[in-house]
Design a protein around this ligand. Structure first.
Ligand code: NDP
Length: 269
C-alpha cells in the first residue's frame, strides 16, 4: 500500500522536496507518494488536517513553519527551541508530532564535510527562524563560543538570553575577529544583498557558509567570502538534502543514503 506524504507552504511549486523524497524511496524500495500542497493565507490547519487524514506525514516550508508549530499536538526539543516545525508525523494514536530537522541537517552536513564544532568559535549572521533553528544542534556540539550578529541587535540579544553563556549577541558592524566558521543565516542572499559584515572577518575566518543554496553551489555570500580569501566555503544544499533525509527517517524509521542523494541532486538540480 502506498504511504502518502507532502510538502506544505507558499510558494511550493519550486520545492525540491518531492524529487528528493521520491529519490530516497526509490533507493530504499519504499512505496510512497509525495505531493506539493499550496497553503492559502490563514488556511494551514485545514490544509494540514485534510492531508493528514490519510497522509502519514508532511514537510512544512516558508511561511508555514510557525503555523505547523502551533498545529502539532506534541513537539520535539528541537521544534520547541526553534519555535518552528518543518516535519509533521501522524503518530499511531492519531496525534500529530512536530519536529524540526533543519538544524540537525545543518550539523550533520558539517560532520559529513569533516567540520567539527567542538571548541570552535562560530559566528552566526542573522537571528531569524533559521538562526534559531540551528542554535540548539550547534550548541549540542559544544562550541567554544557562538557570536550572533544581527541587523536588529535586540533579536540577537533575545537569543543570547534564551541560550545562555556560550552565546553572545553583537551588532553586525562591530564584529572584527576571525572565526572557525561563519554562518550566513540571514535571508539577505535571497534578495541579492549581503549582511553589513566587515570583509576582513571573512579574510580572517577558516570557513564560511550560506544557509541559502543554489544550483552551482554559489550565492552572493559564498562569492563574497571567496573574494576575501576565506579558504573553505559552501552553501546550504547539503543541509537541504540532510534535513529531508532526517524527515524521512522520522517517518519511516530508515535513514536514506545522504551521500548518494547529494551527488545525484548536485548534478541534476
Ligand atoms: P527570517 O525571515 O526568519 O529571518 C531573516 C533574518 O535575516 C533576520 O535576522 C533579518 O534581520 C536578516 N536579514 C534579512 N535581510 C537582511 C539584509 N539585507 N541584511 C542583513 N540582514 C538581513 O528568515 P529565515 O531565518 O527563515 O531564513 C534565513 C535563510 O536561511 C534563508 O536564506 C533561507 O533560504 C535559509 N534556509 C535554508 C535551509 C536549507 O535547508 N538550506 C532551511 C531553512 C532556511 P532582522 O532581524 O534585522 O530583520
Amino acid at each position: 500500500m502506498t504511504d502518502h506524504y507532502a510538502v506544505l507552504g507558499n510558494p511550493v511549486a519550486h520545492s525540491m522536496s518531492p524529487a528528493i523524497h521520491a529519490f530516497f524511496a526509490a533507493n530504499l524500495g519504499d512505496d510512497i507518494s509525495y505531493d506539493r500542497l499550496l497553503v492559502e493565507e490563514g488556511n494551514f490547519d485545514a490544509t494540514a488536517s485534510g492531508f493528514l487524514a490519510n497522509g502519514r506525514g508532511c514537510n512544512v516550508t516558508v511561511p508555514c513553519k510557525g503555523d505547523a508549530f502551533r498545529f502539532a499536538d506534541t513537539l520535539s526539543e528541537y521544534a520547541k527551541t526553534a519555535l518552528a516545525v518543518n516535519t509533521l508525523k501522524k503518530l499511531d494514536d492519531g496525534r500529530i508530532y512536530g519536529d524540526n530537522t533543519d538544524g540537525r541537517g545543518f550539523v550533520a552536513d558539517l560532520k559529513f564535510k569533516g567540520v567539527s564544532l567542538n571548541g570552535a568559535r562560530v559566528l552566526i549572521l542573522g537571528a531569524g527562524g533559521a538562526a534559531r533553528g540551528i542554535l540548539k544542534p550547534v550548541l549540542d556540539e559544544k562550541p567554544g563560543e557562538v557570536v550572533i550578529a544581527n541587523r536588529t541587535l535586540s533579536k540577537a540579544q533575545e537569543l543570547q538570553k534564551l541560550f545562555g553563556s556560550v552565546v553572545k549577541a553583537q551588532s553586525t558592524e562591530t564584529v572584527r575577529d576571525g572565526f572557525d566558521l561563519v554562518i550566513n543565516a540571514t535571508s539577505a542572499s535571497l534578495s541579492g544583498s549581503l549582511p553589513a559584515i566587515d570583509p576582513g572577518v571573512l579574510s580572517r575566518s577558516r570557513r564560511a557558509c550560506d544557509l541559502m543554496y543554489s544550483q552551482n553551489g554559489e550565492t552572493i555570500f559564498t562569492e563574497f567570502a571567496r573574494k576575501q580569501g576565506c579558504p573553505e566555503i559552501f552553501d546550504g544544499f547539503g543541509m537541504l538534502i540532510m534535513q529531508a533525509a532526517l524527515s524521512y527517517e522520522l517517518w519511516r524509521g530508515r535513514m536514506p543514503d545522504f551521500e548518494v542523494a547529494l551527488k545525484h541532486f548536485r548534478k541534476n538540480s
